[in-house]
Design a protein. Structure first.
Length: 263
DNA sequence: CATGTCGCCTGCGAGC
DNA sequence: TGCTCGCAGGCGACAT
């Protein structure tokens, strides 16, 4: 479940591996989710960016290859493999191959004019490290909707890049119940800081490997060893020792501390 | 436009 | 041992 820290970790490793390389051949799984990969033949990759959980491979002909890793997506560059879960691949002009492995096929690839986005990528909120992402912004965004706090965070609208793991971590750290529909200015400020911090620390520790996430070199992240809330229901809260609880919010398992995160 | 619901996908581990 | 079943969950499409 790559979220912003996992995608950013991959981006940093991907950029030096593919920048300046021209795609000489490409192929994909027949699903329309992956076939756009094939149209990259002939393009030269100039840079690798990121927006929320999307990787943006900019090409010299002003197009962008947009890759979303979905739940189980992995990227690697090297000798081509015969792995049956490779959903798309690009042979580069240095005889190396960029492979997109995605067991569950929740990932998606698009190719289009640079900056012209579709779907959620067109309406996504600010990057968490952008100065415009302030407590004030978060306060207005959360209170401008009647949906529950965590639902909103996962919507990518108040801020880009937060998924289930970091949403639980941030709410816990800020001491805010994930099911509330309104927050105070003070809570918004704390939550803004918590979001920035958990994402920043996630990047610093190479992302969270619970199961499928791997770095470009096949390595594991380290952040799973630092989680204080996600998945820790029925265990004592690291802050107050209360047994943490689980609730299902929008069909997603959510962990919270009933003491630290009282409604 | 905001919101709600459903379908997409497959491996894995718990329970019997 | 071998089977079924629940679970992981972000996003697009579509309905209201």
């Amino acid at each position: 479940m790559p979220e912003l820290p996992e995608v950013e970790t991959i981006r940093r490793q991907l950029e030096p591996a593919v920048s300046g390389r021209t795609v000489v051949e490409a192929g994909s799984h027949p699903s329309a989710k992956f076939t756009p990969a094939r149209a990259a033949v002939g393009a030269t990759i100039e840079r690798v960016g990121r927006r929320g959980k999307f990787l943006l491979l900019g090409t010299t002909d002003d197009r962008e290859l947009v890759i979303h890793l979905g739940m189980t997506g992995q990227l690697r560059v090297g000798e081509p493999t015969d792995d049956p879960y490779i959903r798309a691949w690009w042979t580069l002009d240095n005889e190396q191959t960029l492979e997109f492995r995605d067991v569950r096929r929740f990932g998606r690839i698009r190719l289009g004019p640079a900056g012209q986005y579709q779907g959620i990528l067109a309406k996504i909120g600010p990057e968490p490290f952008d100065p415009v992402f302030t407590g004030q912004h978060l306060y207005a965004a959360i209170n401008g909707s009647k949906r529950q706090l965590k639902t909103q965070l996962l919507s990518q609208h108040p801020v880009a890049g937060v998924g289930n793991i970091y949403a639980d971590e941030a709410c816990w750290r800020a001491g805010v119940h994930p099911g509330v529909r309104r927050i105070t200015k003070k809570q918004a400020a704390a939550l803004r800081d918590a979001i920035v911090d958990v994402l920043d620390e996630g990047i610093e520790h190479g992302g969270t490997t619970l199961r499928d996430y791997r770095t470009m070199d096949g390595g594991y992240g380290e952040n799973q060893n630092r989680l204080e809330c996600y998945g820790r229901y029925d265990q004592p809260c690291p802050r107050c020792n209360t047994i943490m609880k689980k609730l299902v919010l929008d069909a997603r398992t959510t962990t919270f501390c009933p003491t630290c995160q009282a409604r």
